[in-house]
Design a protein around this ligand. Structure first.
Ligand code: UDP
Length: 330
């Protein structure tokens, strides 16, 4: 394809997988990343890496012009929910305000397509076990609100300027590139599958189970885990749709539409690794809903996208393979 896509946060976990998916689909890619949490080695060599902040409008606009960028996929941001509670202004700066600058650069330079990393945290604590795009958006933490505010900006900008957008609301992203080219590399990660494969590879003694008395079948929290490579593929499919239908924008849940409990995830980790990870039951974490599962009928209907790795053991196996690679590197 004769098109250049700018990927912000392309040195991070999900962004680096989107870079791979775009390159594999034939797009040219320019990554903008300040490398605060990302890694330059995570950016595929076929992409151009520009080390700068997304709110540096001078450099971002020069890059858009210089590379004839026709679409922006925006992953850069801060993602730690508890930190957003203790340092909300960091989230309104890095997520909301920085996105505003980036969107302004896109509008000023006439970039026609924009794809945004949103989150199921925009729903807060839902009343229903599955949430659809029309469910109420009542974030319960600054992280979710910082992303919802960006969605609002995109909606208003798309109504006023010749730009269409897709906002993908991610559920629980896990796993790693099946070819072993990237994976979750952040030290001190808090996400369940990452923590569990760290335990299975001897980097932790145990895995905490945050809450065993939820109103769920086994009392532990239920989540909709989606493989990062399927999520990356959904972004490429969303881009194709934005190109095909210039006047239309989309907000879509990105999940598999089914859930697994913490115990089911840990069972899968034990099965795949042949290690009995030590489980350490604890109290609930602040703000954790009992269950968060996508109604994914809209994304399945709207995008030319079929999940290829909707299998908990596959997700865990890919996460484990990457974890072992990280161990060899260390
Ligand atoms: N969880 C857990 N132990 C951990 C990390 C997470 O029991 O070390 C639980 C958490 O309470 C939730 C689920 O696993 O029910 C997924 O949590 P995670 O932090 O991975 O993602 P979140 O759903 O909070 O975005």
């Amino acid at each position: 394809r004769d098109m250049t896509v700018m990927v912000t946060g392309g040195a991070g976990y999900i962004g680096s997988h989107a870079v791979l998916a775009l390159l594999d689909a034939g797009y040219d890619v320019v990554v903008v990343d300040n490398l605060v949490t990302g890694f330059s080695w995570a950016v595929d060599e076929r992409a151009t890496l520009i080390e700068c902040a997304i709110e540096d409008e001078g450099r971002v606009r020069a890059a858009i012009r210089g590379h004839h960028v026709q679409a922006i996929m925006h992953f850069a941001g801060s993602v730690v929910v508890p930190e957003s509670v203790t340092d909300p202004l960091k989230y309104y700066r890095n997520n909301t305000a920085a996105s505003r600058s980036l969107i302004e650069s896109a509008v000023t330079e006439g970039v026609p397509h924009f794809i945004f990393s949103s989150t199921a945290a925009t729903y807060g604590t839902p009343d229903t076990e599955t949430v659809s795009e029309t469910s109420p958006t009542v974030p319960i933490n600054p992280y979710g609100m910082s992303k919802l505010m960006t969605e609002a900006m995109l909606r208003d900008v798309a109504a006023a300027h010749p730009m269409n957008y897709a906002a993908l609301r991610y559920f629980n992203v896990a796993g790693a590139d099946p070819q072993g080219r990237s994976g979750q590399s952040t030290a001190g990660a808090t996400h369940l599958i990452k923590v569990a494969v760290e335990a299975a590879t001897g980097k932790r003694d145990s895995v905490a189970i945050f809450g065993t008395d939820f109103d769920t079948p086994d009392g532990t929290g239920v989540r909709d885990y989606i493989h990062v490579s399927d999520l990356a593929a959904a972004h490429v499919a969303a881009l194709a749709l934005l190109i095909a239908e210039p006047g239309r924008s989309h907000t879509l849940n990105a999940g598999y539409g089914r859930g697994f409990s913490v115990n089911e995830v840990l069972d899968a980790v034990d099965r795949v690794t042949n290690v009995q990870v030590v489980r350490n039951p604890q109290g609930r974490r602040a703000g954790d809903p009992a269950a968060l599962i996508s109604d994914n009928s809209a994304i399945l209907k709207t995008l030319d996208w079929t999940p290829a790795r909707d299998d908990l053991d596959l997700i865990v196996a890919d996460a484990l393979a990457w974890e072992r690679k990280l161990s060899e590197r260390a």
